[in-house]
Design a binder for this molecule. Sequence first.
Ligand SMILES: Nc1ncnc2c1ncn2[C@@H]1O[C@H](COP(=O)(O)OP(=O)(O)OP(=O)(O)O)[C@@H](O)[C@H]1O
Length: 351
Amino acid sequence: MILDTILGWFSTDMGIDLGTCNTLVTVRGEGIKLNEPSVVAVRKGTNVVLNNGEAVGLVAKDMLGKTPGSISAIRPLKDGVISDFEITEAMLGYFIRKVHGRGGLLRPQVVISVPSGITAVERRAVRDSAERAGARKVFLIDEPMAAGIGAGLPITEPTASMIVDIGGGTTEVAIMSLADISTCTSLRVGGDDFDEAIINHLKRTYNLLIGESRAEQVKIELGSAGPLEEEMTMEIAGRDTISGLPRKIVITSEEIREALKEPVSSIIECVTQTLEKAEPELAADLIDNGVHICGGGAILRGMDKVLANATGLNVNLVEDPLTCVARGTCVFLENLESLRESIDQDSYNWD
Ligand SMILES: Nc1ncnc2c1ncn2[C@@H]1O[C@H](COP(=O)(O)OP(=O)(O)OP(=O)(O)O)[C@@H](O)[C@H]1O
C-alpha cells in the first residue's frame, strides 16, 4: 500500500468513463483532462487504425457517416459494453497515451467505470483491454456508484440515494445505501435510441433520410419528453427516399416528442419497476432524498418532469450531467484507500 502511494508520485493515475458515445479521462488532482467521442477510424475490413493509430476520438467522429469506401469510422462500444475488443484497446491505448504522455515515469493506475449490468466476462474484458493498453493496475467501479459520488450523494451513509443515468446506449437505474447497490436495473435504451426514433419518424412520415449526426442535432435542438412552454419548429435537410435527391422540410417539437415517446416510456417504466423492487425502508427514504438524473439523455427537455410525474418523487438533474460519472471516478481515485475499504469489496476484483 505504501509502495502504491510512492509509485503514484511517478505516474499519472487516471479515471476513465468509458461510454458508448463519449470517453472522459480524469487525472488525480487535476480533474477532467480529455473528453472525446468513443469513435475510431480504421481501414475498412481491418483493425488498422488510420493516421498511425491517431485517428481516434474527435478526429474520427468528423469522419462518421462521411467516410469514403476504404475507411470505416467505428464505435467500438455498443449498449454500454465493448462490442469490438481490439478497437476498444486501440482507443483506450490512444487516450491513455494522450493523457499520460505529458508526465509520469510509470504506467498509470486506472479506475474505469462500467455499467452495473455487465457480466463477469465483460468486466474481465474491460480490465484486460486497459492492461494491454498500458495500465499498471485496473480498478472497476459500477457506473451508478461513480455517478452517485460525482453528484455528491451520501452513498456511503445509511440512507437511500437513487441515480438514473441515461447514457447513449444504456440507462442505469440504481438505489444505493451504505456504499452498496441495493437494487439496480440496466436497460439497453439511451440517447442513441432517441436519435434512431427520429430517423425512423422522418423516413416513415416524410420519406426523408437523415444521418445519425443530424438526428442528434434535431434531438438537442427540438427534442422533449414532455410539453414545452413554447413549442418550436426546425428546418431539416436530408435525402428523399423516392427521388434520391436532397430535400428540406420543416418539423415541429410536438411531432418529435411523439416520435420519442417509445424510448422515453421504456426509461420511465424501468425507473418505476426499480422503485417497485426497492426495500421498503429505502423507498421511504427517497420521499425526502428524491431521485438524481444524469448522463446526456437526462438533458432532454422535460425528462425530469415526466419522471417526477410517473414516480411522485422529486427529480433533480445533477450539475453538469455529462461529466458526473467521470468526476465520480476521479473522486474515487483520489480516495482509493478509504473508498476501497467502505465500498463492497465483493463487487470488485481488487488486485
Ligand atoms: N442537450 C442534450 N439533449 C439531449 N440529449 C443529449 C444532449 N446532449 C447530449 N445528449 C445525448 O447524450 C448521449 C450521450 O450521453 P453520455 O455521454 O452520458 O453517454 P455515454 O456515457 O457515452 O453512454 P453509456 O453510458 O451508454 O455508455 C448521446 O445520445 C447524446 O446525443
